[in-house]
Write a protein that binds this ligand. Sequence first.
Ligand SMILES: [Zn+2]
Length: 267
Amino acid sequence: MALRINDSEFYAIDAHSHLGRRKTPLGHGVASFLGEDLVRNLDEAGLDCAVAFPLGASYTDYSEANQIMAEEMAKFPKRIISFCRINPNFGPEATAKALDHCLGTLKLRGIKLHPEIEFFDPNEAELMEPIYDAARRYHVPIIFHTGMSSKASPGVIAELAAQHKDVPVILGHMGVSEYVKLAVAVARQNENIFLETSVVGWMPLLLEAFRGVGTSKILFGSDHPYNPLAMEVEKIAKHVTKAAKLKQDDLKKVFADNFLSILKHDR
Ligand SMILES: [Zn+2]
């Protein structure tokens, strides 16, 4: 499996996808999407591997969903890197316990947080400290949903991320639209903050990010199955590559090496 861009082949990782089951389809119509579905779609798109976390759900501590993430990663260890999803509103003690279980026992490889769906403030130290603490102890990154709401502003996230320089923090969707400039600014200011490409769809903003922070701090992501993999791959592999004049080395970094170095900084 390899991604072909301009006659070269690249090992390619999607840094943002979702897996899980819901009783009824929500939002984008996805009720069940599991490892075999993801791997089939990765094959179709020419991608080697995907980082996956639970689908968003109404009020839950994600314990069942996180168990599914471990099971699906065990079925496809070379294709799926599972992160846990945490709802900080259950309180610092519950968060610390859940993270010890997810990162220690289930060996999940990172933490996904969604400030809007889970409705918390990512600069609220009491709720967030156990999360940064677990990320540091288990040497895993945190990925935040960013954009579409002031709760998920890169500026608010950066307040605590800046105090935890040893924890890699990925800004999922790099702010989507009106928060992209802020995402670029905080990624420039903080060595541990990275940008992920899914969902943002206006070329001038994408180019501002690629030019503003450079290809060493950008990770390819799709937000599959909400967005089609092929659409998100083409956005970067074809259109950004052409407009930003990306070279082989840049594409290697964006499609795999940056994410691999974030994972490795630790293990
Ligand atoms: Zn997502």
